[in-house]
Design a binder for this molecule. Structure first.
Ligand SMILES: C[S@@+](CC[C@H](N)C(=O)[O-])C[C@H]1O[C@@H](n2cnc3c(N)ncnc32)[C@H](O)[C@@H]1O
Length: 279
């Protein structure tokens, strides 16, 4: 396991807000601001109901333990409500979580009163914490939240900057082949516990590889609320190219956290990739 570089106790810049999250100076603008607002205003309140345990979250920690010893430092990009990070802390990892949405961080603070996760509020694309981690983790399609090629390249450089020389980068994406040829919006209904439903409509712009997600919440006693997010999907081969640009090389790829073979036959289309810094 790598030793962390000599940084202040937290390894983070100053400026800690009331919720305990360190604020990064970078501004979030454009679509990034829209995504952040969507998570803050609407999705934060229902996120854990809509995505309770997809995938089996303990599997992620078990997977990381094949790459790094127990107690390793992990930087999670887009930590959200801590859905992934809290089980990782339960498994002994020391987790920092970067997140742009105040609403998501507020949920994380409620769920992690002991402060086992170190929250960092800001835009992950320009991130520079001045230290490295044993693992940089980008789960649940978070790389696709960078919605343009230049943002995805910047994000990959940020990932490389924070990876220890003998560390690992773990990225979960999906095979977008089905989405890419879709001609009409796909509409899915998600139950929100016993509080109501969320309807999600996904449209695709194949030329820019953008997915436009419109979510509307119908919760008991509340007026309907909507949120729009934009993502940019990418093929595994494209991910490898982005990684190479940032000085990282692919060392393994699976169709899930249990090391299922990546042969394109997985119905969930999951793609779990492991990269290491080029020596
Ligand atoms: C798909 S969710 C995943 C949350 C968490 N990793 C999980 O699996 O439950 C993506 C998260 O990334 C955050 N996010 C999106 N764009 C971001 C950005 N540019 N910088 C930091 N966080 C961002 C969103 O607010 C959201 O919480």
């Amino acid at each position: 396991m790598t030793t962390e570089t000599a940084e202040p106790a937290t390894g983070l810049p100053a400026d800690t807000d009331a919720a305990g999250a360190t604020e990064l100076p970078a501004d979030i603008g454009g679509f990034g601001a829209a995504v952040t607002a969507a998570y803050s205003d609407a999705l934060a309140a229902v996120y854990d109901d809509v995505y309770p345990a997809t995938p089996d979250l303990a599997d992620i920690g078990e997977f990381l333990l094949t790459l790094t010893p127990k107690g390793a430092s992990v930087l999670e990009l887009g930590v959200g409500t801590g859905r992934v990070a809290i089980p990782l802390a339960d498994q002994g990892f020391r987790v920092h979580g970067v997140e742009s949405s105040e609403g998501m961080l507020a949920r994380l603070a409620e769920k992690d009163p002991e402060g086992r996760i170190t929250p960092v509020r800001g835009d992950f694309a320009g991130l520079d914490l001045g230290r490295t981690f044993d693992v940089v983790l980008a789960p649940f399609n978070v790389l696709c939240c960078a919605m343009a090629v230049d943002e995805q390249i910047a994000l990959m450089h940020a990932i490389a900057r924070h990876t220890a020389a003998d560390g690992a980068v773990v990225v979960e994406t999906f095979d977008p082949s089905d989405y890419h040829v879709r001609k009409s919006n796909e509409v899915t209904t998600y139950p929100v516990g016993d509080r109501g439903v969320m309807i999600e409509s996904v449209g695709v712009l194949p030329a820019s590889q953008n997915m436009m997600l419109h979510n509307t919440l119908f919760l008991d006693g509340d007026a309907p609320r909507s949120a729009t997010t934009v993502m940019r999907y990418l093929w595994p081969s494209e991910l490898d190219l982005l990684a190479a640009i940032a000085g990282l090389e692919l060392t393994a790829r699976y169709a899930g956290w249990r090391e299922q073979p990546f042969d394109g036959g997985d119905s969930r289309k999951m793609c779990v990739s492991v990269f290491r810094p080029l020596t």
